[in-house]
Write a protein of this length. Structure first.
Length: 220
């Protein structure tokens, strides 16, 4: 069970520290051996809410050889979404000498950016435990940016990041975007490998992220 990996959120912790995770410095990404997910029908048969339309109806993804992930619309500043994002902030601060992920020098990606009508945010659950999160931010009428993409350390290397990326691309499509952009930093090489393997091509700096070394985009 996922609980046995100590990747627990509610009132507890999100798993091993960066040093405990076998030196794995992966925030956004996944290893090369990840298999593409096989999507299933949505689990919810009730009419979608406005948040559902922005972030996609509740549904599940089965990662071949990996866990079943249930994605749910969420808020970046409340509940499980807030806890996962705080874990990401802590890890980014460890990776980048105390950097504040939401500081004034970083591209904005808060509650106002990652919600309807122009954006969205989802949390992925494995065995009913929060396992990953990510959001979509509007850039202009036809393009958006993937933000706050995070996978708990015990589930890295199992296809969760790739499934999350696919889910966020689906969110972008539902919002009517034609182009997705993203970035990653020098200590997140596996993230860049994942993005390039998924068809993201290098572009110039589009968001002024002071720590990024890779900016990519992909038509959807």
């Amino acid at each position: 069970m996922f609980d046995d990996l100590t990747a627990q959120v509610r009132g507890r912790h999100l798993g091993p520290t960066l040093a405990q995770a076998n030196g794995d410095q992966l925030i956004h990404g996944a290893r090369q051996d990840l298999a593409a997910p096989c999507r299933q029908k949505p689990l919810s048969l009730t009419p979608p809410t406005a948040l559902d339309l922005a972030a996609g109806c509740v549904g599940s993804v089965t990662v071949i050889g990996g866990p079943v992930i249930e994605f749910r619309p969420a808020a970046v500043d409340a509940g499980d979404g807030e806890l996962l994002v705080q874990a990401m902030r802590d890890e980014i601060a460890e990776l980048y000498d105390g950097l504040d992920l939401d500081g004034p020098t970083m591209p904005a990606a808060g509650a106002s950016e990652l919600r309807a009508p122009g954006g969205g945010f989802v949390v992925g659950y494995v065995d009913a435990t929060p396992a990953c999160c990510g959001g979509v931010k509007r850039l202009d009428e036809r393009s958006c940016e993937i933000k706050k993409m995070y996978v708990v350390p015990p589930l890295r290397g199992r296809g969760v990041a790739r499934a999350l990326l696919h889910e966020l691309e689906d969110v972008a499509r539902r919002l009517g975007y034609e182009l997705v952009r993203l970035d990653t930093g020098p200590h997140q090489g596996h993230a860049q490998t994942l993005f390039e393997s998924e068809g993201y091509t290098p572009i110039e700096d589009f968001n002024g992220n002071p720590i990024a070394v890779f900016w990519g985009e992909k038509p959807i």
